[in-house]
Design a protein around this ligand. Structure first.
Ligand SMILES: [Zn+2]
Length: 303
């Protein structure tokens, strides 16, 4: 199985505590390394978990509340000091690049590496990037300022029909040509089209990140059938009024989104610093969606 792993760098909300940093996550897929949100303290968590920031290819910033990106300029500066030259892809709200440029100008820093910035926009799910293995999407969530969720999904694998292989016994070169989209010519010079030979897999794994957001039903369609859903659950259900007022979710909201989207697994996080014991939050979410886990700093989840 191709490795696809999420590591929680920070599972807390606005106020960081010793045990719970604010939001940041490291996602690894077969050589691709990305960061989702970058709260203050992210560099320290990366070091504690022995993850090199130099390896990061992409950084996604969900919105411009400080607990989701105040660590970014420090991280970028450290990459510069460590002589990074590899370009960095950065996705975030449009204002983000101006904020970074202002801070770099003020310190008279000219980076050794380019930042390829792609502003998030739109009121629909959008494909924001693609490589050989993965597709990257953003979608709007519902918060006090513009905020986006992310879906990172495997591309369908191109499998060659086993019956075709049995019947024609193609050699290595022919198999490669088929994988590259070519038709097959059999011994009697008959053409078999590529579409007849290739079967696209339908079990691609995907990871969805939904924070910060109030309960927002359109998310269900954006992430249908996701393998792992991270959904914020800042409060327990008894603070539902406060959750609505601050445009955050409760454990019950998160579990309902997991249920309706037929997610295979739910991870809840972004807990208010008022909660010292997270077991009641876990129990409340599990009463609706049983395959729920609690995000804690340093937790690794295999997708
Ligand atoms: Zn926020």
């Amino acid at each position: 199985m191709i490795p696809f792993e999420l590591t929680i760098l920070g599972a807390g909300s606005a106020l960081p505590t010793i045990h719970r940093s604010a939001t940041s996550q490291f996602l690894h897929y077969n050589g691709q390394n990305m960061l989702i949100d970058c709260a203050e303290g992210t560099q320290i968590r990366l070091q504690q978990l022995k993850i090199s920031a130099m390896k990061l290819d992409r950084i996604f910033i969900s919105h411009l509340h400080g607990d989701h990106y105040f660590g970014l300029i420090g991280l970028i500066n450290s990459m510069h000091l460590n002589s990074r030259i590899k370009p960095l892809k950065l996705f975030g709200p449009p204002e983000l690049i101006n904020i970074i440029q202002l801070m770099l100008q003020a310190s008279d820093t000219s980076l050794n590496f380019p930042i390829n910035f792609k502003p998030l926009a739109g009121f629909e799910k959008q494909k924001i990037d693609e490589d050989e293995q993965l597709q990257y999407f953003s979608f709007p969530v519902k918060h006090r300022i513009p905020a986006w969720g992310f879906l990172i999904k495997e591309k369908p694998r191109r499998n060659i029909d086993p019956e075709f292989i049995e019947k024609y016994n193609p050699n290595h070169q022919q198999l490669q040509a088929i994988q590259q989209g070519e038709d097959f010519i059999d011994a009697s010079n008959a053409r078999i089209s590529n579409a007849e030979i290739i079967q696209l897999s339908s079990d691609q794994r995907a990871y969805a990140f939904c924070a910060d957001t109030a309960y927002h039903e359109p998310i269900v369609d954006y992430i249908k059938g996701v393998s792992l859903l991270y959904h914020e659950a800042t409060f327990m259900q008894d603070l539902q009024v406060l959750a609505s007022k601050t445009l955050h979710s409760t454990t019950v909201d998160a579990a309902n989104i997991a249920n309706k989207s037929r997610a295979k697994q739910l991870l809840i996080g972004h807990f208010s610093s008022r909660y010292k014991d997270l077991n009641p939050l876990l129990a409340e979410a599990r009463s609706i969606f049983s395959n729920t886990q609690i995000a804690v700093d340093g937790l690794k989840v295999v997708i």
